[in-house]
Design a protein around this ligand. Structure first.
Ligand SMILES: *[C@@H]1O[C@H](CO)[C@@H](O)[C@H](O)[C@H]1NC(C)=O
Length: 245
């Protein structure tokens, strides 16, 4: 099976001119203090989901994605799915389940989070074939995942910039699982309501097969997004300043 994913993330990367300065209520931890990190990162999603430009944290909920393309070649699902101006929501309720690698000599880092309901809502255009049926349309879409278990893993190393040590992300990987995947595409088949309604029912009846086929492409899209989010903080804040002494 050939699988190709193309994603352009043009989310504005902000805050270069500002000094790294944490908000007063931002909780930081000692290096390797696992329990503190679980709580502090969960609190960051909860309380700072609108972003903190001073530390390079972009808005996480909603997380605006200007364009995202899922291109799935041969196999049971053969589609080009373009998203435009979509918002990923739900991350303010993320629960951090596991964190590792936040040490004094960081190399490999892991973050495992559970998002109760994650939705990707916005414009779409789709063309292709799903299982045996042709699909075509353009309009508003909503893809929602319940109990979204997301694992972020990355490698990197400390590098010196302007006399300070920064963590530079190298390889980044995202895996996810979900207990339910809902799809809703409005205006399929040029607005033919009967055809469109039937297709949405068909997609949701077959969500497990569809998710299985699309998972690598969705994971690759998430990888680009979360790599940008995580790297932006590490590029902005010297590594030691992420912690309290
Ligand atoms: C998206 O779909 C989910 C699941 O059907 C629903 O709960 C949610 O309200 C929808 N969101 C929007 C913005 O329509």
């Amino acid at each position: 099976m050939k699988l190709q994913t193309v994603l352009l993330l043009t989310t504005a990367i902000i805050g270069y001119a500002l000094a790294a300065k944490f908000p007063a209520s931002f909780s930081r931890c000692k290096q390797e203090d696992g329990n503190c990190l679980l709580e502090a990162i969960t609190a960051t999603f909860r309380n700072f989901h609108q972003g903190v430009p001073e530390i390079g944290l972009v808005p996480l909920d909603p997380l605006r994605i200007d364009t995202m393309d899922i291109v799935q070649g041969d196999g049971p699902i053969n589609i080009v799915l373009n998203f435009k101006k979509v918002d990923l929501t739900g991350f303010q309720h993320a629960q951090i389940k596991k964190v590792s690698g936040f040490t004094s000599k960081p190399t490999k880092m892991d973050l495992n989070l559970l998002v109760p309901v994650a939705s990707l809502v916005g414009g779409y255009r789709i063309n292709g074939k799903v299982l045996i049926l042709p699909i075509q349309g353009e309009g508003a879409s909503n893809m929602t995942m319940v109990n979204c278990d997301i694992s972020l893993k990355w490698t990197g190393k400390l590098v010196e910039k302007n006399g300070k040590q920064f963590y530079q992300v190298d390889k980044f990987k995202v895996h996810f699982d979900t207990s339910r995947f809902y799809m809703d595409f409005s205006n399929l088949f040029n607005g033919d309501k009967a055809l469109g309604d039937n297709m949405n029912v068909f997609l949701n009846d077959n969500w497990q097969d569809i998710l299985k086929e699309l998972k690598p492409a969705i994971s690759a899209a998430f990888t680009k997004i979360f790599q940008a989010v995580v790297s932006n903080v590490f590029n902005k804040v010297p590594y030691n300043e992420l912690y309290v002494a």
